[in-house]
Design a protein around this ligand. Structure first.
Ligand code: PHE
Length: 341
């Protein structure tokens, strides 16, 4: 019987040596010290032994039980140490590593240029006036002196909606009518920024959506000299005090006379380069004296009031300023492009 117990002990010790984790140790406990383990079965079966054998077997049984328990707790301790150090190793943090770079957001290049332009006009006393992106044919064209079927409409291919005569504005000029109808008969000095939409082939130079900043001044004694002086002052504030400007005659149905303003190419100082196509000049806006028909559509008496208006494209200005060769970059959402500004 004693021999059997010693065999049980040897088996248990051997099995304990194989245990690699706390979970395995728990299984070992059940198998070798649990109620149904060989050892416990022997200890529980003492009554069936001869009387003189019982104390010997009892002593041996208890000694083996204690041995196994001591060995198991020693094993448990060493496993706990090993498991803890494995966990620490797996979760270790190298505090000497540099931090991950935080890339902060920034304003889109169009917004940067828009804000620069707002600030300049604000200094000159022009207020920002906003109007809607979705317009009627009446405001976008008819009230601006483009009658139905007028060939000048072809300059601005239009996005129509499923509602007849409701369109996306092709320019910010309909805002002129909204502003005039709101402020009449007071004098006006506003800029009207916003997104415009044209149903055009997308190319390096034209997109289906782009910003415009319209300007409008209406008063009793406004002349073409005021238009030239104000826009020249704007160009100097925007591109530098030394910049030269020139006005070329043009045509818009809602202004008469009409002009386009060029600034001397600020990349080559007028000598001629790729950006100005060797002309030395860059066109930056359309302008003119508000047409009498448009003034009266806005509620003003064209005999008593005059005004000037202009429209410029901030994306175009940004392209010139930063030598961006393709307008598609603006809405392409490519971070490599956006991060440069
Ligand atoms: N609305 C014109 C365009 O989109 C620009 C313009 C505005 C011209 C105001 C004259 C006066 O081309």
């Amino acid at each position: 019987m004693i021999e059997q117990l010693e065999q049980i002990e040897a088996n248990a010790m051997q099995a304990l040596a194989q245990v690699q984790s706390s979970a395995e140790l728990q299984t070992w406990q059940n198998a070798h010290l649990g109620k149904k383990s060989p050892l416990m079965l022997v200890i529980g079966n003492m009554q069936s032994l001869a009387k003189e054998e019982r104390p010997l077997v009892g002593q041996a049984g208890n000694r083996i039980k204690n041995n196994l328990q001591t060995a198991a707790s020693a094993r448990a301790e060493s496993l706990a140490v090993a498991e803890l150090s494995a966990k620490l190793k797996a979760e270790s943090i190298d505090v000497t590593l540099p931090g991950r770079p935080h890339s902060g957001g920034r304003l889109h290049v169009s917004n940067q240029v828009l804000r620069q332009i707002y600030a300049i006009w604000a200094e000159m006393g022009f207020q920002v006036y906003r109007s809607r992106d979705v317009e009627t044919d009446e405001y976008n064209f008819q009230l601006l002196n483009f009658p139905v079927g007028h060939p000048a409409r072809e300059m601005q291919d239009t996005f129509h909606t499923h509602i007849p005569d409701v369109i996306l504005r092709t320019h910010t000029s309909p805002g002129q009518i909204h502003a005039m109808r709101q402020f009449c008969p007071e004098p006006i000095r506003v800029i009207l920024p916003g997104m415009c939409y044209r149903y055009e082939q997308i190319t390096t130079r034209s997109e289906v959506q782009f910003h415009q900043i319209e300007g409008l001044a209406v008063g009793r004694n406004i002349t073409f000299s005021d238009l030239k002086g104000t826009l020249t002052d704007f160009a100097r504030r925007m591109f530098g005090q030394g910049v030269r400007t020139r006005f070329r005659t043009s045509y818009f149905p809602f202004t008469e006379p009409s002009a386009e303003m060029d600034v001397e190419c600020f990349l080559c100082s007028g000598k001629g380069c790729k950006v100005c196509k060797y002309a030395g000049w860059l066109e930056i806006l359309g302008c003119g004296m508000v047409h009498p028909v448009v003034l009266s559509n806005g509620g003003y008496d064209p005999q008593a009031f005059t005004g000037f208006a202009f429209g410029m494209g901030p994306e175009r200005i940004a392209m010139l300023k930063y030598a961006i060769e393709d307008i598609r970059y603006f809405w392409g959402n490519d971070l490599r492009f956006l991060k440069q500004f």
